[in-house]
Structure formats: structure tokens, C-alpha cells
Design a protein around this ligand. Structure first.
Ligand SMILES: [Fe+2]
Length: 193
């Protein structure tokens, strides 16, 4: 399915657990970034708060364990992935209303298998597109409590990295991102674009 539609959004968090995750997310100091990477038609602009030094306390620790177990017990065994999926990269991102969000980009090549973005709060419009010019954009409708799942290299033997972007943030949007970072397994790092 993801081969054709490139991303999905699935309701996964109960409201109580989502609230616990949000409170834990709000306990971290966040770092503001407002920058651009690349130049010309390859430019990517972003504006958000983030924190990726997480100790994975009660709620985040539980989410990580449960989601990792879900993959280990069911999804990893389905043959969709060419190696074990290890969710070893964690990030909180917060987008305020009126922020530009992030313009079309692809995640780093070493974010493999499956990128998982849990929506803890707030509203913004998330799109997959064919390129940075937003051609063939498709909105992935999402609400607080959903997880957006997007394939990375190694999913079903492909090397697919969909362009995606976030805009029209209307209420403070908190995201928890869970990724498999190959560099943390073998010490190498590729560049994003
Ligand atoms: Fe991204």
C-alpha cells in the first residue's frame, strides 16, 4: 500500500496516553531553529522548536517499548524490511501557529525502513509531493493521536524517500518522531537533502 500512496496516517494513541506524552514533551527545554539549508531550488526552510536529547521517561519509554514490540512481533516479520528495525532516534518538534513549518524535503538516507511521526497536539497540514515544487501534492490528513507512517530506504526493497512538507499550522503542534537511524548502528552518517 505504501508503495503506491507513499504515506499513511493511523489513529493510534488514546487520549489519556496522548496527554501523558504531551506533558512529558512539554517538560523538556526546547531549542528554536529558523533557518534554511541548501540554496536555489534545493533550498529547505524550517521554523520550529526541537529537542532530541530525550531520556525517554515514563510515557515516551512506554511508547517506544510498545511500538518496538509491535514491529518486532508483527510488522518486521512480514518481509517488508531488509533488516531489523531499531527505533533508536527520537525527537520532539513543536510548531507554533503562523510558523512556516518545513518546506518540501526528504529525510536523510540513513533514516531507514519507516519514519513514524506521532501527533501529540495541534493542527497543521502535512503533504507528500513528487518534488520540491510541490507537484502532485497529496495531503496526509492527520489529527492529534495519529501516527504518520512514511517509508524510508529499505522498505519493501526500495530506496524510496518521499518529499514531504508541513504548513498551515493553526494550533501549536507537537510531534514526536521515531526513526531507525542507521548511523547509530554503524557510525556512518549521510547528508540530508
Ligand atoms: Fe522530514
Amino acid at each position: 500500500m505504501l508503495h503506491h500512496i507513499r504515506a499513511v496516517s493511523v489513529p493510534i494513541l488514546t487520549d489519556d496516553f496522548r496527554q501523558e506524552l504531551l506533558e512529558e514533551a512539554q517538560s523538556y527545554p526546547l531549542r528554536y531553529i529558523n533557518n534554511s539549508m541548501g540554496s536555489g531550488e534545493n533550498e529547505v526552510k524550517q521554523e520550529m522548536y526541537l529537542q532530541n536529547q530525550l531520556h525517554m521517561g515514563d510515557a515516551f519509554g512506554e511508547l517506544l517499548r510498545d511500538f518496538q514490540t509491535l514491529f518486532n512481533d508483527s510488522i518486521s516479520g512480514c518481509g517488508f524490511f531488509d533488516a531489523e528495525v531499531v527505533f533508536n532516534d527520537w525527537i520532539i518538534q513543536k510548531y507554533e501557529p503562523g510558523y512556516i513549518g518545513i518546506t518540501p524535503h526528504r529525510d536523510r538516507t540513513d533514516y531507514r525502513h519507516m519514519i513514524c511521526l506521532f501527533v501529540l497536539s495541534g493542527h497543521g497540514r502535512f503533504y507528500i509531493s513528487k518534488d520540491r515544487a510541490k507537484r502532485d501534492s497529496m495531503e496526509i490528513a492527520n489529527l492529534p493521536g495519529d501516527v504518520i507512517l512514511m517509508p524510508g530506504p529499505g522498505f519493501r526493497g526500495m530506496h524510496h524517500r518521499p518529499f514531504h512538507y508541513l504548513e498551515d499550522i493553526t494550533t501549536g503542534r507537537w510531534i514526536f518522531g521515531l526513526r531507525h537511524d542507521e548511523t547509530k548502528l554503524n557510525g556512518e552518517r549521510d547528508n540530508s537533502d
